[in-house]
Design a protein around this ligand. Structure first.
Ligand code: PLP
Ligand code: SF4
Length: 456
């Protein structure tokens, strides 16, 4: 029998109230506080009491996922903030320096926020990103936070207030008109933050309309969420947990596929009774759960961790889906893993599981032109090359056309790779320039013709 639990959030100002922090030295506690003045800190009672192994700090992966480490900033950045805290500087000064440091941490790789926002009647549609023909992302305005924050989070800029929420859906719900009128769409992916922080009542207003006749073309609804790991009570004992599950059932009964895209970074997150119960109850509704995670230094940078995670997932019915390469933002210096090593870890892990776990795809970079995976390392006449492939492309026609880059042990993102054999660019680059020149759906003549030729 699982007892209901009240969610208790801990933010920066509550760091000293967390009793387990006594396991750290005064210096370590101070370092955590310094970095948490720059990057967003949030945790909760479940993560702190049940997921972190306090006998194993600071190495414990769930601790690393939750609490900031000194090395997440450069020593220069760290000492700028540390000095202010030592001096008990006024809050305005602290937030001014915090923002300076934040802008040094590449808050918007690829101009993420503005990119791929479609337009309708020459106005952008807040809350939508439409990059790949058949799928669009929806960012519900009430789902732009999480039950806890990950130290590596690629959306960290949003949580420290660098971004206002203008990119999220607004009251007009024009995003629904956009989806209704774009018949090429088959998939809607609700994302955030975490859409599952929404109450049942809110969530319903996003999902139920998609079951109506204007949305017959929408076959699959996905919800990207970390709640299955950080607050599985959401699906078990929270007051509206049963309502949420009935909503899931309703989607499935309507004949659409519902996929909960669970962010699991480590097998520890699946090891508690409550985490397994959440999975069981979600699957009972007929929804599927697929899993995704980036590869993160100091958290899951070993093949063993992935093998064990995928095995546990498949056993309880969670389908491994994506193995991502971490983006260059925030403290990526601390978390990044070079592509060559990422591929080795992926290969070592995937060769040790049965075919049921090999649904996972990776190592995948969500880059400007699309999702690019490292397919392998090829030896051609005694030279090593990366074999790359699109698993999703801004132009769908780029998918499954293997291409080659010089092998490079240090590179950790697509833009650090050189095309093989001295070529000046990769095959998609010219077309990418044209495709990104005008927003999707723009009434510009040229683009209409272009979008049509690309997507139809
Ligand atoms: C990954 C991703 C999708 C979904 O792609 P699938 O191949 O269907 O999983 C959609 N939009 C964006 C921007 C993505 O990064
Ligand atoms: S759950 Fe996802 S969006 Fe939320 S902090 Fe973690 S990585 Fe970021």
């Amino acid at each position: 029998m699982i007892e209901p639990r009240r969610l208790k959030l801990y933010n920066l100002k509550d760091l000293d109230l967390i009793p387990q922090m006594a396991n750290l030295s005064a210096e370590e506690r101070f370092a955590t506080k310094v970095v948490a003045h720059v990057l967003p800190f949030r945790s909760n009672n479940y993560v702190i009491e049940d997921l972190i192994n306090w006998n194993n700090v600071p190495d414990d992966p769930m601790f690393q996922l939750t609490f900031m480490q000194r090395e997440m900033l450069t020593s220069n950045q760290f000492s700028r903030m540390a000095t202010l805290l030592h001096e008990k500087a006024p809050p305005e000064k602290i937030s001014q320096v915090a923002n300076q440091i934040r802008y040094e941490l590449n808050p918007h790789p690829n101009g993420q926020l503005a990119a791929n926002v479609p337009v309708m009647d020459d106005e952008p549609i807040p809350g939508v990103q439409h990059k790949y023909k058949e799928t669009c992302l929806v960012f519900p305005s009430s789902g732009q936070t999480c039950h806890a924050y990950c130290t590596f989070c690629f959306r960290w800029a949003q949580f420290v207030g660098l971004d206002d929420l203008k990119f999220a859906t607004d009251e007009s719900r024009r995003f629904q008109q956009y989806i209704a009128s774009h018949k090429e769409l088959t998939d809607i992916l609700f994302t955030g933050g975490d859409p599952m922080v929404m109450t049942y009542k809110k969530l319903k207003t996003y999902i139920e309309p998609l079951l109506g006749p204007d949305f017959d073309h929408i076959q699959n609804i996905r919800i990207g969420t970390k709640s299955v790991s950080y607050w599985p009570y959401r699906f078990v004992t929270d007051k509206d947990a049963d309502d949420v599950l009935r909503l899931f059932e309703k989607v499935v009964k309507s004949g659409k596929h519902l996929a909960i895209m669970g962010h699991y970074n480590h097998w520890v997150e699946l090891s508690t009774d409550i985490a397994k119960e959440a999975v069981r109850r979600i699957r009972d509704t007929g929804a599927e759960i697929r899993s995704q995670s980036p590869l993160i230094r100091n958290i899951n940078d070993s093949a063993k961790v992935w093998t064990r995670m995928w095995k546990e997932q498949v056993k309880i019915g969670v389908i491994p889906y994506y193995f991502f390469v971490e983006r260059h933002t925030g403290s990526s210096q601390y978390f990044k893993v070079p592509l060559a090593e990422a591929f080795d870890i992926f290969r070592n892990a995937v060769t040790k599981v049965s075919g049921l776990s090999r649904t996972v795809r990776g190592p995948s970079m969500s880059a400007k032109p699309g999702k690019v995976v490292i397919e392998g390392v090829a030896d051609i006449h005694g030279e090593k090359y990366f074999v790359l492939n699109f698993i999703q492309g801004r132009n769908p026609d780029w998918v499954k056309r293997p291409f080659f880059a010089e092998y490079n042990k240090a590179a950790s993102w697509l833009d650090e790779l050189q095309p093989a054999w001295g070529k000046s660019k990769f095959f998609y680059e010219d077309e990418l320039k044209k495709l990104t020149a005008v927003p999707i759906g723009s009434s510009s003549h040229e683009m209409d013709g272009f979008a049509a030729s690309v997507w139809n």
